[in-house]
Design a protein around this ligand. Sequence first.
Ligand code: ATP
Ligand code: MG
Length: 349
Amino acid sequence: MNSKIVVLAGDGIGPEIMDSGLKVLRAVEDTCGKTFKLEKFPFGGAGIDEAGASLPEETLAACQTADAILLGAIGGPKWEKMQDTPEKGLLALRKTLNLFANIRPVSVSSALLHLSPLKPEIIEGTDLIIVRELSSGIYFGEPRELTETMAFDTARYQKDEIERIIHSAFKIAQGRSKKVTSVDKANVLASSKLWRATAEEIAKEYPDCQLEHQYVDSAAMKLIQNPKAFDVIVTENLFGDILSDEASVLPGSLGVLPSASHSDGGPSLYEPIHGSAPDIAGKGIANPISMILSVAMMLRQSFQEEQAAQAIEKACDAVLSNGLFTHDLGGQASTAEFTDAVIQELKGA
Ligand code: ATP
Ligand code: MG
């Protein structure tokens, strides 16, 4: 039975929100009709402290044989100046597991409309997914150089790397409103020209779907002008990083956004989109929604437990609608209080 979950709690608020996510997971096990096997391993700063490496060998080996991986968050000032850093561990984990497709759903709960700096009528009903290429592009391209007076990076894409991420986007779009917006800078960048041409080619395999192209500068503007115009956005590594942070303004806090990263057939990794939030770590006030919704994504995408996933999403929304908010959302609830309320809601469902 596929039920082995490797748990990487990580640093900062990582362990606090992981605790919430795992409690919620335990609360839906009855619905799933199975007991998940949870195996905890050190990773990130905790890996450096406990096992001498940001990605200890044992941790990597466990991830490679997992059915899914849950990650809290990594990093913090303590490890910033070290030779090995938590971020290096994360990049190595993504690369080794070939996690090329990063899926970031962004929807806006009606209970949170008042929090966004944008007008409620603009963001109400927003429901989009950013599909970000995670394993290539300018983050990895060689050569790169940095001197005191000159620096350059290389934005490199192989055609097959573009093909597989465009396929991922279309497959997601098929289960939704069948519209894919491919974001590039094809008027300037060679890598974007190949991106656009490849997207056109792959689109022919999905005649039920519609493909549109947007330049990244214009997409950045439209994302906050009219977010409802988007359904599935697919884009390269750097543009995806920037657009998804921009999109996090829509629901009002980073603390409510989950993500999934997929490979071709290997284990997927689920994690909040935010970092380890060292400024609030240890205070018990972090918003656990991002982690709880990451657990829901895992249940849906790695274990086909749609019912349990929906129950969790509804429970979070119900608790927010009842007016219980953590500090980032302008409320007073602690991480534990919010989590308990979600579990009560699940029990009542
Ligand atoms: P990284 O470099 O790892 O992306 P970052 O510098 O973007 O990290 P985050 O750790 O994501 O920073 O935090 C940004 C801000 O959002 C911080 O003020 C942090 O306290 C807040 N924040 C992030 N996640 C949460 C959360 N789950 N609950 C409450 N506040 C959060
Ligand atoms: Mg960040």
